[in-house]
Ligand binder design. Sequence first.
Ligand SMILES: [Fe+2]
Ligand SMILES: [Fe+2]
Length: 210
Amino acid sequence: MNPLLNLHSNAAVPDPPDPADAASRRALVRELRSHVPPRRFAHSLGVALESVELARLWGVDQDRAWLAGLLHDCAKGIVTERQVETCDALGVALDAETRAAPPVVHAFLGAYLARVVYGVRDEAVLRAISLHTVGGPGMTTLDKIVYLSDSTESGRDFPGVGALRDESRRSLDGALRLCVEAQLRRLAMKGAAAHPGTARLARDLGVSLA
Ligand SMILES: [Fe+2]
Ligand SMILES: [Fe+2]
């Protein structure tokens, strides 16, 4: 059984990590490696590096970006089918639209696990983790960086990824627009509605939902 499933809501929260300290970073990386499959671990390292690069370009604290990027998928060690029940067991609140979209639940569960398993107290980091799949209105630069890095990290290889990487270096909102448009196209092909967070982000960016 995944040790994350042994958690309960009154478990002791560990000391906060210090991403500016090399030993603390190494300990965090080791902890993450023990909880997620190897491919997810490699992706997480890629998102951490990409987040640092975008943070450097866009004037955001690089340690915060590294931490949020590293842990954004920390709940992926729990299979999608068990995400909602795990949230219920731990007292992680989910709205009806999120409960109906199991693949996005890991972002909200991830923010919870980042706090109770990894000790993160930085609300800006926890928020960026919770917004990395569906986004939302009024996203901070850090939120946008982690959201985009999930698609532009060096391990990603899909048609258009190069153009998306280039745009993320020119305009964060321009790159977000490309991401959201692609997401809405994928949902439309499946006949699925956009999550309210994505719909609000699309409206913020002036992307048509039609
Ligand atoms: Fe994710
Ligand atoms: Fe991811």
